[in-house]
Each structure stands twice: as C-alpha cells, then as structure tokens.
Design a protein around this ligand. Structure first.
Ligand code: GDP
Length: 298
C-alpha cells in the first residue's frame, strides 16, 4: 500500500494495541477513559491532545456499544478536528517575486531532501525556483543541495564552506529578482549544539532579507523528523525562539510509529502544517490531508 499509510499504520497499530480491552457499554467508563488517555500519550499525541480527546469522548454515546471500530472512528474524528485547522499548503503568493522561503531544522531532519522536494513541487506547479545554499558550515550540505539542483535543472547560489550565509542570501535574492524567479528556497545551518551562534546567524540572514524586501522571508518553514517523537516538540520551541517559525513540514512519516507527534504539534502550537515527507525520493512529499492522517493514525 501507500507509503504514508504504511508508516502511519505503525502508529495506529501501537494505538489500537494500547486500546485493546476497551469493549463495553454505550459509554466509556472512567477507567476506560484513563486507558484511552494513556494510549494516546503512549502514541506520542502528547498530554494536551490526549486530554482534549478524552474530554470529548467522555461525553460521547456509542449507540452500538463501544468496540474497537467505533472507538477508532471516534478518536479519528477528534484527531481530524485538531488537524484540520492547521492543514495549509505552502502557496506562492508573494508580490513582488520572489517568495523567499527560509528552511530551518536540525541536521539530519531531512532539510536538504525536503528543499529538493519542495522545489520539485513548485516546478510541477509551473513556478520557477532557485536555491540558496545558506548552510555554509557543512561542505556536504552545499554539495548535496547542488546535486539536487542539477538533477532538477535549477540554479543554485552558493559560496565557499565557512562563508557568510547572509551574503549568499543577499546574492541569491538579487539573482532571483533579476531573473523573475517565483520561489527562492534558502537552506540554513542546523547546528543546534551552538544555539547562540545559530541564532545570530539566522537573525543576520533575516535582517539582510528584510532590507531587500520588508516582507522577506515570506515563510520560515521548520523541518521536523517524526522519528524524534516528543523531541520534535522541543525543536519547535527552540526554533521559535531562534528564528521564528511560520509553518512545519514533518518528514519520515513512512517508517515510524511516532506519527502521533504531528497531532501533538498541531494541538500545542497551532502552526500551519504544509506537507509531510513519506520517503527519500523527490516526489515523496505529500500534501497534508488531515482526515486521511487522522483515519490512519486511529
Ligand atoms: P538534513 O541533514 O536535515 O539536510 O537531512 P537530509 O535531507 O540529508 O536527510 C537525512 C536522511 O533522511 C537522508 O538519508 C534522507 O534521504 C532521509 N529522509 C529525508 N526525508 C525523508 C522521509 O520523508 N522519509 C524517509 N524515510 N527518509 C527521509
């Protein structure tokens, strides 16, 4: 089956495993509600979403009796209610162009791959795209981004390893403006080990962008690795502080039982979720469909 379904099903198996033994009358008992809440927390939905869903289901009546299917359906509906308000694709709307999309996230989260996937998505929508290699700390990151750019046939602005990201971004915005590019996607460093330094670096990038266009960056997209579970939430917290975050893309939902963290993120932060990563290939970025995700998780 589909990769997303395959991945999230691991999450759901874990959830239903924990829900087993709940069958009973037309209402959930307090003990059953406790079990449900625990199961939701164990499935990485987080305490807030878990207690919200518990409260909803405490007042629910199950006319045909509580069984696994009825409960899964009720839980899915509550998860969907949490996810629907945050589902928001990344759209190219900036005027004047280019729309500057800053992509942030820790190393290894799937940032580089996601940038390539996004570029490909925009190309499919007939937008012109340019990349800026703003992670000058890792030579490998520049190289990897270049490989993707070549493969996609798009221009990339980069500098030397150890160069100043702000000056690369400056050059990139100029080039993209001159060429009438629709979307400029900017890679950034992700070494959270040195938070102060990263914060200064990203602040400088933002300052330079803002001087060229007060609206830029138009988007600050945080890439999160779902396999990190609850740690992903801590990353949201940190990056909000370090760089500001306008939306999320969660990667690696194809191989993890920790997909519930998406629900926790939606409940706790209400940040737009633009898309989800379900594999390593260029077209493995999916629109975020809250009802589908909710049904698969529950
Ligand atoms: P970066 O260090 O944040 O730039 O991360 P990369 O883009 O280099 O990705 C790190 C690893 O995760 C690579 O092996 C990618 O192929 C892999 N990866 C990225 N996104 C996904 C995804 O959605 N699913 C899976 N299974 N792997 C992914």
């Amino acid at each position: 089956t589909d990769r997303l379904l395959g991945g999230l099903r691991k999450t759901s198996e874990r959830l239903t495993e924990n829900l087993a033994g709940l069958a009973g009358g037309t209402r959930l008992t307090d003990a059953q509600l406790d079990d449900l809440e625990d199961a939701l927390i164990l499935s990485d939905l987080g305490p807030r979403a878990a207690s919200r869903i518990r409260a909803k289901l405490a007042s629910a009546r199950f006319e045909k009796g509580v069984d696994e299917a009825a409960l899964a359906e009720a839980v899915a509906e509550e998860i969907a209610a949490i996810l629907r308000p945050v589902a928001k694709p990344l759209e190219i709307v900036a005027f004047p162009r280019p729309q500057v999309i800053l992509v942030i996230g820790v190393n290894g989260s799937g940032k580089t791959t996601t940038i390539a996937k996004l570029a490909h998505l925009f190309q499919e929508q007939d937008y012109s795209v340019m990349l800026a290699a703003g992670d000058t700390f890792r030579a490998a990151a520049i190289g990897q981004l270049r490989v993707w750019a070549d493969r996609l046939g798009i221009e990339i602005v980069s500098g030397a390893e150890g160069g100043d990201p702000a000056s690369i971004v400056f050059d990139a915005v100029k080039a993209a403006t001159d060429k009438g590019i629709d979307a400029l996607i900017v890679d950034t460093a992700g070494r959270l080990q040195n938070k102060r330094e990263l914060m200064d670096e990203l602040a400088k990038v933002r300052r330079v962008l803002g001087r060229l266009n007060p609206e830029a960056p138009h988007d600050v997209v945080l890439v999160l690795d779902a396999t990190n579970g609850q740690n992903a939430l801590q990353q949201i917290e940190t990056f909000k502080e370090v760089a500001g975050v306008s939306g999320l893309i969660m990667t690696k939902l194809d191989g993890t039982a920790r997909g519930g963290v998406l629900v926790a993120a939606a409940e706790q932060y209400g940040l737009p979720i633009h898309a989800i990563g379900v594999g390593e290939k260029i077209d493995d970025l999916r629109p975020f469909d809250p009802d589908l995700v909710a049904r698969v998780i529950a």
